[in-house]
Design a protein around this ligand. Structure first.
Ligand code: SF4
Length: 368
């Protein structure tokens, strides 16, 4: 049980602490209050208490590799620095064979997951996206395919004329095992309009995950914070995720993604403060009482802050990654991957127990 750090804690904060300890759900009003409070240490301690209850001292990571089949995209989301037009300098679309040969050159022993996302390239048919997965699955059958965002799945329905369920079934046949969490941004149609998020709307994002869960797939989910959205928008985002999780139980992890600052079109002048990053991780832990893991993503918040985040409610530090591209295109100053040894160092340095996992959070090795 925590003793709160701040003396003279106010009535509302005391009420929230009691609610959390009684296992009661926090409301929209509670969440906004926490964001407006400057009592970061109390919020962090409370999130830490909840996380210790759920996961003990274990912190999870995976040996994985990020792959990007194409950066050609029909959309022009304001915050994106990854996309290119077809034929533009630096644009590419790799065939399945080219991707297999790239992987053979860069894969390290122990990689057990490919994390695959990319642009919405309308110049190739849906079959291209199916065949690319097939090629990887045939050549690396021991590696789990965690591929495509809900926004890409929605794009594939338009490209193919198939329903969401039909698209997912086709991809499952090709080897798909889980969806990535991207494409959520902020789940508010008003935000999406202002930020020119030219892809799946709120209902479509949630519906793709709902359908995947109904097909027995476990998936990931995110929130891209730190631009024009209000604190209330962030909490409403979390509440929509919580509600779907109540319905399906299919999300394994929630990943707060700190916005990177390069793209001036999105009106982002600077990085989020460390204070805001830690608070967001802690509040995610407190609001999302039905999601087992909250991830601290070192690519977007930095290695040192990720270490601190482990005492603010985070229970996962993602993985080795091997050459992240999307956040780095948007100005991330962090390393584009870490080794297993570095991840173990990071977790142990925070006094926690590193646990190597597979995509589905089954334990592979515990590094006591
Ligand atoms: S965020 Fe995704 S959908 Fe939007 S422009 Fe970038 S690659 Fe395309």
């Amino acid at each position: 049980m925590i003793t709160t750090v701040t003396p003279g804690i106010d009535h509302k904060m005391a009420e929230i602490i009691e609610k959390v300890r009684r296992g009661e759900r926090l409301t929209l009003e509670d969440g906004v209050y926490l964001y407006e409070s400057d009592d970061l240490l109390t919020i962090g301690q409370l999130a830490n208490e909840v996380n210790l209850r759920k996961n003990g001292k274990k912190v999870y990571f995976i040996e994985n590799m990020s792959l990007y089949f194409t950066n050609v995209c029909e959309s022009h989301c304001a915050f994106c620095s990854f996309r290119k037009d077809q034929g533009e300098d630096g644009s590419y679309t790799l065939s399945g064979e080219e991707m297999v040969s790239y992987v053979k050159q860069h894969i390290t022993p122990g990689v057990r997951e490919f994390h695959i996302v990319g642009g919405h390239n309308q110049h190739v048919p849906f079959q291209y996206y199916v065949d690319s997965l097939k090629a990887l699955n045939e050549n690396f059958p021991e590696v789990t395919l965690k591929a495509y965002t809900a926004a890409e799945i929605e794009f594939f329905t338009r490209l193919s004329g198939l329903s969401t369920k039909e698209v997912l079934l086709e991809l499952q046949k090709a080897g798909l095992k889980s969806l990535t969490g991207g494409g959520a941004e902020i789940l508010s149609d008003q935000y999406r309009q202002k930020m020119k998020v030219e892809k799946a709307n709120v209902d479509q994002y949630l519906d793709v995950h709902r359908t995947a869960h109904q097909l027995g797939m476990k998936t990931h989910t995110t929130m891209l914070y730190g631009s024009i959205e209000s604190h209330e928008d962030r909490i409403r985002h979390m509440l929509q995720i919580r509600e779907l999780q109540d319905e399906t139980g299919g999300f394994m992890v929630f990943i707060p993604l700190s916005m990177q600052p390069r793209n001036k079109n999105a009106g982002i002048m600077r990085r989020n403060s460390a204070y805001e990053d830690l608070k967001t991780i802690a509040i995610s832990r407190l609001m999302l009482d039905n999601i087992q893991h909250i991830k601290a993503y070192f690519i977007n918040i930095g290695v040192q802050l990720t270490q601190v985040a482990l005492t603010f409610g985070a229970s996962d530090v993602h993985g080795t990654i091997v050459r992240e591209q999307i956040s780095h295109a948007a100005g991330a100053l962090t390393p584009d991957g870490l080794t297993r040894k570095e991840l173990i160092w990071l977790v142990k340095g925070a006094g926690r127990i590193p646990v190597e996992r597979d995509t589905f959070y089954n334990e592979v090795e515990v590094y006591e």
